[in-house]
Design a protein around this ligand. Structure first.
Ligand code: FMN
Length: 254
């Protein structure tokens, strides 16, 4: 793999969940925001709110950004031009999520280059009613994700990823055999076990079906079981997201 400053910075990045007292300067903050803005965009549908109240911020980070999928701003521009958005909500959301996500990830990379760390918090859409009130969000603005940021007070190891054979496919989608799937799972599970990730976190997702016997301990519970439990047991009701989207007047089915 080729190495250079940019690649090294990306390869060494890890989510940071403990922050020092140091407060990022305004110049650092503006640099991060500008670098975020300069991400590729479909329609500049990403914007952000910065929050500086450590006590309230995720992981008590000195700053956090609420990353917004922002159709309101687009509509202001369109109105000034004498237009009204007729693009469907599902179309607008699909592109808005991309614009906001690429913007946010540019902010992560910029922060990293300035010696800062960051961590996404995916619960924002589920907290959208509170965020709408607290942040005065107008209709057609959807809080996509929270991004906590500051100077790291921990140095966790780089987390594992699937092997390349399970990730980059040549021309067509392959038959994901049990063998390659098993190999990829082993890489992930051994990687997380070697880092004592779940033991250190002290957390195993409980089985919802109480008639099932828990067969895992911190010695063998790892990423593939963890992520499977999340995807099998959590967020099963589409209403959980359709309702917040409706509150933002961005229901994807209208
Ligand atoms: C959309 C999204 C939501 C996330 N939500 C959370 C979260 O709520 N809490 C958390 O501690 N980490 C969260 N993360 C961070 C992931 O857990 C982390 O990126 C992943 O475990 C890989 O670790 P790494 O970033 O250190 O490589 C989130 C990441 C993304 C992209």
């Amino acid at each position: 793999m080729i190495k250079n400053e940019v690649i090294d910075s990306m390869m060494n990045r890890k989510s940071i969940r403990k922050y020092t007292e140091q407060i990022p300067t305004e110049e650092e903050i503006l640099t991060v925001a500008r670098a975020g803005q300069q991400a590729p965009f479909a329609m500049q549908l990403g914007s952000a709110i910065i929050q500086r109240n450590r006590e309230k911020n995720a992981f008590n980070a000195p700053i956090q950004f609420i990353i917004l999928c922002d159709l309101h701003r687009m509509e202001k521009v369109m109105k000034a031009r004498g237009w009204k958005r007729e693009a469907s909500n599902i179309h607008s959301l699909l592109f808005g999520i991309q614009d906001a996500a690429y913007m946010a990830q540019n902010m992560v990379t910029a922060a990293e280059s300035l010696g800062m760390g960051s961590c996404y918090i995916g619960a924002a859409p589920y907290m959208s009613e509170r965020l709408r009130k607290d942040c005065n969000l107008p209709d057609h603005v959807f809080p996509l994700v929270i991004l906590a940021m500051g100077f790291p007070a921990e140095e966790p190891p780089v987390r594992p990823r699937y092997p390349m054979e399970f990730h980059l496919f040549e021309e067509t989608y392959p038959d994901l055999t049990d063998e390659i799937t098993g190999y990829a799972m082993q890489i992930m599970d051994q990687g997380y076990l070697a880092q004592n990730y779940y033991k250190n976190a002290g957390f195993i997702i409980p089985l919802s079906d109480k008639t099932k016997e828990e067969k895992y301990t911190f010695d063998n519970y790892s990423w593939t079981e963890h992520i499977s439990r999340k995807m099998a047991q959590w967020s099963t009701d589409p209403e959980e997201l359709l309702v917040p989207l409706k509150h933002c007047d961005l229901s994807p089915v209208e």
